[in-house]
Design a protein around this ligand. Structure first.
Ligand code: ZN
Ligand code: ZN
Length: 124
């Protein structure tokens, strides 16, 4: 297999093995266990092309910056644990578009973050 393909597969695998959004540094850490030649630049390049291909989408956390997750998961919200700095998936959406918009405004998208401690951090 071509080196480029091997790198991209390792990055995809990182997302498939973890069921939560990942930051660039996490992708690098996980991907490197499979492919030693990965570096920050190759990870960035592959993440960008996977977003363009519609395989990944970005999440913009107000404090931690950009996370990536698989696009096929559909719309949902996230929980941020401030103890371990991980993001977790909150399935579904309880917000109703009409009620969230000001009159005359058109809502195109939203991102919701819950903040606190995750179950493993709460019990240590
Ligand atoms: Zn935690
Ligand atoms: Zn929502």
């Amino acid at each position: 297999m071509e080196r480029k393909t091997i790198q991209k597969d390792a990055i995809k695998e990182a997302f498939l093995s973890k069921s939560r959004p990942l930051r660039v540094d996490e992708v690098l850490l996980i991907g490197r266990k499979k492919v030693r030649s990965l570096n920050q630049a190759t990870v960035y390049r592959n993440l960008k092309s996977l977003v363009e291909a519609g395989w990944l989408k970005t999440i913009h956390h107000p404090e931690l910056g950009v996370f990536y997750e698989r696009a096929e998961q559909g719309h949902h919200h996230h929980f941020h644990c401030h103890a371990c700095n991980r993001l977790f998936e909150i399935p579904g959406c309880a917000l109703r578009k009409k009620e969230s918009a000001l009159p005359g405004f058109v809502v195109e998208r939203h991102e919701v973050f819950f903040f606190g401690v995750c179950s493993s951090c709460a019990h240590t």
